[in-house]
Design a protein around this ligand. Structure first.
Ligand SMILES: *[C@@H]1O[C@H](CO)[C@@H](O)[C@H](O)[C@H]1NC(C)=O
Length: 176
């Protein structure tokens, strides 16, 4: 190759690299529609008319997801696949009826979970199994009247759980 060809090749390669590398300013392209990503790490999907959690790209490190006031009714094992960095998840005032054993799959780093104001009547065994670092769980404002102690049995022992707000009254009910 002569010098000119080499320079052209190098430039093409550089252009290609620039095209595939996300720039910090490119928030719009990487922000799951129709949510807002104005603050670093925060996904703001409040009152966005969502029936399901929108797909994301894991290139964007979102640590706080706020879905307050939508009509999300189901969560499946794929839902959080591209949200591996989440530490706080707010699903307050949605239409969830159950927390299934796979509903929270993929949220390994989760610390705060707000499920208040849904219609949750059922929490499947093992539902919190994917959350070894959970510290705060809010289940208030659901139809729950009792929670089986087996709900909180997990390989990790839920050892970081400090606060559980539930049974329609925020407070400190007994942890099993
Ligand atoms: C739990 O959720 C309710 C309703 O959204 C809220 O009023 C309460 O402050 C929350 N409790 C905690 C401990 O976050």
């Amino acid at each position: 190759m002569d010098l000119l060809t080499r320079v052209v090749c190098a430039l093409l390669l550089l252009a290609l690299l620039l095209a595939v590398t996300p720039c910090p300013g490119e928030s719009k392209e990487l922000c799951p529609h129709p949510c807002r990503c104005q603050r670093r790490g925060l996904l703001d999907c409040r009152h966005a008319g969502l029936a399901t959690v929108p797909p994301a790209t894991r290139r964007r490190a979102l640590t706080v997801l706020d879905f307050t006031g939508n009509s999300i009714a189901t969560l499946d094992e794929q839902t959080w696949k591209e949200y591996p960095w989440t530490e706080t998840l707010v699903l307050r005032d949605n239409e969830l009826q159950a927390v299934k054993s796979h509903s929270l799959e993929g949220l390994f780093l989760l610390k705060h979970l707000d499920l208040s104001g849904n219609r949750i009547l059922l929490i499947e065994e093992g539902a919190f199994e994917p959350l070894p670092f959970l510290r705060l769980l809010n289940l208030s404002g659901n139809g729950l009247t009792q929670i089986h102690s087996s709900t909180f049995q997990a390989w990790h022992g839920m050892q970081f759980l400090e606060e559980l707000a539930s049974l329609n009254q925020p407070g400190h009910p007994h942890l099993p």
